[in-house]
Design a protein around this ligand. Sequence first.
Ligand code: G16
Length: 548
Amino acid sequence: MEVVKDAGKVGKEKHPRKVDTWLNYGTAGFRARAELLDHVLYRIGLLAALRSKSKGGVTIGVMITASHNPECDNGVKLVDPAGEMLEASWEKHAAHLANVNDADVSECLKSLIAALAIDLTIQPNIVFARDTRPSSEVLAQSLRDGLDVMQTHYTDYGVLTTPQLHYMVRCHNTKGQYGEATEDGYYKKLSTAFINLRGQKSVSGHYQPHICIDGANGVGALKMAQMMTYLKETITVDVYNDGKQGKLNDQCGADYVKIQQMAPQGLTLGLGMRCASFDGDADRIVFYYLDQGEKFCLLDGDKIATLIAGYLKELVTQSGLDLDLGLVQTAYANGSSTRFINNKLHVPVACVPTGVKHLHQRALQFDIGVYFEANGHGTVLFSEKAEKKVKELIIGTGVPEDQRLAALRLSAVIDLINQTVGDAVSDLLLVETVLLDKGWSIADWNAAYTDLPNRQLKVKVKDRTVIQTTDAERRATAPAGLQTEIDNLVALYNEARAFVRPSGTEDIVRIYAEADTRTNADKLAYEVSVQVYQLAGGIGKMPTPPTS
Ligand code: G16
């Protein structure tokens, strides 16, 4: 217990808690202005060590990033042994430890150790990385201090994308079976699968092997440039917003493009260009182009999910394997996408609350689970059973050639997709694969279905926890009367839907609305935001109607 005593002492002396604000372990860990996070990082170092010990010393990951948030914010999250998000039951331990007074840190650790019967003699193992935010290196030192106090064995990977760190965790815990736990290993695994999938296939139809990437002035731009050196002559990529000039996520990046429904600054979109935006830590991607009428067209997470699910369904059918394929979405999924999945793809679809952690858990219930949030965060999970059946088919005797070929392609997709979490680089390469196979331009891809016009707005309220929701966040249960007002407004429009929810990464309430026309979607979103402002304690300026 000596280390636990030291943990409290060092914390008080070197990383005291200087704020009264309660910080929650939200949608993807702690997120706040960087200057509020020093003590949190230190304490997360302590907690990560305990998490590893509680799991018998397996490797746990820590990622320092605030992903899509502005550059002045930062954040931290823990990554569990298979590279997935932290188990939900530990989120409250993290929140408790992050918020107790300095004098109570040792006590808090002791009760956790006792409650979970953690064996302190076990050597903890941690890997961590950070994004490119100016505050990230200083926060990494606070984390190291926490890890050192707990006598942790750790690997500091320096600057990585979030999905690369998730990948490293899984590699460490599978003794290299998932891949080599180095950046080189990551690039090799993905690029080898990508090159295999392209095989001898020549470029045909409307597909062009060239894409422009908006790197959100973040780590994704750096890592995409590195990946390019492994991709040989397969595709060419121009990277914009590579961080040399602009600020992280400032008027660029996947979140900006998705919410504003316009091209990012720093990338002049012209006819015939196929573009994609990463977010600040490269765990999301959205695509876009200008149609012949020069209208901006966005292909978000829903379009990516339907493209990939349709492709995998074809491969599974060709292989003759008996595997159930399912798709997971959230309330933000465009109504048209859900209809397309049900009526055209004939793939079962589930709806869960926002947050990759929820989508991931649900996707695990399928043999092949495709999950994407509309914001472009998603991946595909292959169950052990699916991977085994694919392997058996490849080496089986008397297997018809077309079935074996389909199994070989499935096997390469398994290697190409980062199964630990959404990964902009890996998702990009899978989309390129499908488009090449089909000979599709981005417009061909977009033609599958037409999104209902939609609008997202934000409202600032005194305390966003007054908003409570049910039915995968599609209905508000508090404050009283809000849902009735939303229902009344929705009833005034055609093909309309709207919901509100408190963000888990920013101090705001999010509003989503869709309807038959752009004007109606904008009006509905605005009218709902006024109700939120009035009934949920809005602060600052009253919401104003969207301008575009
Ligand atoms: C994180 C989560 C996503 C979530 C997003 C927004 O993304 O990983 O699952 O959709 O936050 O969450 P909220 O609406 O609760 O603010 P990222 O890219 O910021 O890590």
